[in-house]
Design a protein around this ligand. Structure first.
Ligand SMILES: Cc1cc2nc3c(=O)[nH]c(=O)nc-3n(C[C@H](O)[C@H](O)[C@H](O)COP(=O)(O)OP(=O)(O)OC[C@H]3O[C@@H](n4cnc5c(N)ncnc54)[C@H](O)[C@@H]3O)c2cc1C
Length: 498
């Protein structure tokens, strides 16, 4: 299939999402000739920022908007986003959990300030998430590794050995029916529960508890930053580096079968597992092909982009100081809403995420106007326009919200794949988030990236370590390609000067 006597290309990457570009940059840095094929007319997959025509001069993040994982990612650390002019600004509060009948719970960037606001649970919060935040690099290596190697930090700094059990204990308790044990107040439970529900799925569960432990750690470490100018600035930095090292990107090229890919020694797919099975239909061992198809999809998101004439008038003004709001009320209410979604029913009060990027980046405003990014958790493939549902959920905590809406655009879960074929039925996680799938996605093999004995690889969020804009899936896959297909060991230098 890709075997060609002397292909003009060393490797083709199908898809220009953050993972496709991370893989492409890593390979190009090793001196390989790389082409990226992208189905859409715009580059960047889940990290694009576009003018949606809702108001002059206001741009919107189509998918991702807030980037704790980019700041914590070993790939982006090596790539050095800051030195390339990508300004990631962490707001003074990472996330907020407004509540119906009491003051909001706020996760300030500062762990001590957060603990002070959590009453009886303050000491526990400080001892767990505050401690983990001081060892964020190790936590990020544990959570964002390929789940097949021992984190380097554990080997080089043995005194941090106590951190892995602390992380494990937090995950174990928050992911089990015993999740009430460590936290006594509804406010602290709701605050951490909001981060767990963030990743979409039934709570409590180990997979979402691991996500909340990671994101909760970064909230008090690097923070939950917003890139100046929008998520596209991350993509622009990757694209510039790829082109500077000879790589090219072809847009408007949807790959449906292996025949749509030019000859190359290796091919990396930044696609869903199911799309990989379709592209390589009848070319993989039958058991692998059916396992890829069986990997399936998680519950969905339906997106609403607003243009507002001013800040969201939150009933509790402190909520507006955070870069992200989790709307869903108490942890029990969020658990009930997520259970409804998992059962295929649209909840009246879905868990909804909101971000006003101009809280951290005033350049996103145009005069009095500003964008507001939001999405609600809904059943997979739900066809309804979420605009009214999301508006009502924001009004629950900001009763005057409707007065500041200038314009909006809602996209149903069913329609999410129109702007990215990887968002099947509105699944923004490429296969859901469970503990088993975080380790063995999309199939339980030692090398989850390589597709059988072929020179084709999966490099998307459908592989470990799972979803998010961290580039780690692409980086892990590319390093395997270098080793297996080109006999190159070690990791290319990704730093800007090299
Ligand atoms: C609404 C929404 C909000 C999100 N919010 C956040 C957030 O705030 N922070 C965060 O870290 N993460 C967030 N995410 C998740 C994040 O965007 C993804 O996990 C991440 O983009 C995955 O990167 P990827 O490269 O694996 O896939 P993608 O970013 O999905 O990129 C895949 C690319 O491949 C292309 N493609 C797919 N199939 C083909 C094909 N057959 N032929 C050619 N091209 C193809 C697609 O068009 C796309 O460009 C969000 C996602 C969504 C949808």
């Amino acid at each position: 299939m890709s075997a060609h006597p002397s292909p003009a290309l060393d490797a083709v990457v199908v898809g220009s999402g953050p993972n496709g570009l991370a893989a492409a940059v890593t390979l190009a840095r090793a001196g390989l000739r790389i082409q990226v094929l992208e189905s859409q007319d715009t580059i960047g997959g889940g990290a694009r920022t576009l003018d949606l025509g809702l108001a002059d001069g206001i741009v919107h993040d189509l998918c991702s908007a807030v980037h704790p994982l980019a700041l914590a990612s070993p790939f982006f650390e090596a790539f050095d986003l800051g030195a390339r002019g990508v300004d990631l600004i962490a707001p003074e509060a990472s996330y907020a959990q407004p509540l119906d009948d009491e003051p909001a719970a706020i996760a300030w960037h500062d762990a001590d300030r957060t603990a002070e606001g959590l009453g009886a649970d303050g000491p526990t919060w400080r001892a767990t998430l505050g401690t983990l935040a001081r060892h964020q690099d190790l936590v990020a290596e544990l959570a964002l590794g390929d789940k097949r190697s021992i984190p380097r930090a554990l080997l080089t700094t043995p005194h941090t050995l106590a951190i892995a059990p602390l992380f494990g204990a937090l995950v174990g308790l928050q992911g089990s029916p015993a999740w009430d044990l460590p936290l006594r107040t509804e406010r602290a439970r709701a605050l951490l529960g909001g981060v767990a529900a963030h990743a979409i799925g039934r709570i409590p569960s180990l997979g979402l508890a691991a996500t909340s432990a990671l994101l909760g750690t970064i909230a008090h470490g690097a923070g939950w930053p917003i890139p100046v100018g929008g998520s596209q600035s991350i993509i622009d930095a990757l694209t510039a580096d790829l082109r500077a090292h000879g790589g090219e990107i072809v847009t408007g090229h949807r790959v449906r079968t292996w025949r749509d890919v030019p000859p190359a020694r290796a091919v990396l797919l930044d696609t869903t597992a199911g799309a990989a099975a379709d592209i390589l239909a009848n070319r993989l061992p039958r058991s692998l092909e059916s396992a890829l198809r069986g990997f399936g999809h998680g519950d969905a998101a339906a997106k609403v982009d607003f243009v507002l004439s001013g800040p969201v008038p939150w009933r509790d003004a402190e909520v507006g100081r955070a870069g992200t709001q989790h709307l869903g009320g108490t942890r029990a209410q969020m658990a009930a809403a997520e259970a409804e979604v998992a059962a295929g029913r649209l909840p009246d009060h879905p868990v909804t995420l909101v971000s006003d990027p101009s809280v951290a980046d005033p350049s996103r405003r145009g005069g009095e106007l500003r964008p507001l990014w939001s999405y609600a958790h809904v059943p997979a493939g739900d066809p309804s326009d979420p605009t009214e549902l999301v508006t009502r959920q924001i009004e629950r905590f900001a009763p005057e919200f409707r007065d500041v809406i200038v314009s909006s655009r809602g996209i149903s879960a069913a329609d999410m794949a129109h702007h990215n074929p990887a968002l099947v039925g509105g699944d923004i996680t490429m296969g859901g988030v469970t503990m088993a799938s975080m380790i063995a996605r999309p199939t339980p093999r030692w090398d989850p990236y390589r597709l059988g004995a072929t020179s084709w690889y999966l490099c998307s969020a459908a592989t470990p370590p799972g979803p998010g804009v961290h580039g780690m899936n692409g980086w892990h896959a590319a390093r395997r390609v270098l080793r297996h297909e080109f006999g190159l060991r070690g990791t290319p230098d990704l730093s800007p000067g090299s």
